[in-house]
Design a protein around this ligand. Sequence first.
Ligand code: BTN
Length: 258
Amino acid sequence: MNESSLNELFSTLPLGDIRYFDSIGSTNDEALAWANKGAHDLSLIIADEQTMGRGRLGRPWFTPPGTALAFSLILRPTADEKPHLSRLVGLAALAITESLQKMGLSPQIKWPNDVLLNQRKVAGVLIELAWSGEDVVCVVIGIGVNILKGAVPSTDILRFPGTSLEDMLGYPVERENVLRDILSALIALRPQLSTDEFMNKWEETLAYHGKQVKVDMAGQTLVGLLEGIIPDGSLRLRDEHGNSVTVQFGDVRLRPYA
Ligand code: BTN
């Protein structure tokens, strides 16, 4: 993988500029710095290895060389998209699920930002914003996908069981092809961001839909039936007293409740 092969591979996609790194701290950090310096819409940073990859809630994200897909896509949201920025995590997760469905797999989204195969995490999304005063000028969509077995961290450092595409398919896949499919799906889905159709797709792919789940929020645990997602992307649960409760994206961990 290198910058010129990526430029050639993605020549038919309406991307901005592409920057490739053999090794980097975090593609999201690089993307945020680039966003603040005027990167175009749909500019892409991709790295073979990340030494300081980050996940949600400040967790480390493992990206050993040659095994994983780690990239960040910079969006300059339009005025129509700005009211729906909280849906962008769903846009990224849905783009990943569509690319995996093309391989014959049955992915699910563990709200808010994980993609599961067979109840194991195969990919994660980290959304970060670049601000100018009160205004969001850019959104960085960071995506990590475990392509080969070597991308999956050892079980003792995992909070949730992990897997890779190689584990699930039984053979290795080319990360460039997975990247192309995710980008194509994301670009195709983007115009639907504000629609009910988009929300329906997101909801249909949810893991534990109609099941009992446990949500850990800062200092509080909630058990309830997972009913769906509301228009701002928050999760809707029915608690043990029959009350409807919404859980916002934030300092939240979701688990099945056995
Ligand atoms: C999570 O599961 O908590 C989100 C993981 C996001 C990882 C990706 S890899 C590319 C980009 N760069 C980072 O440092 N993180 C994201």
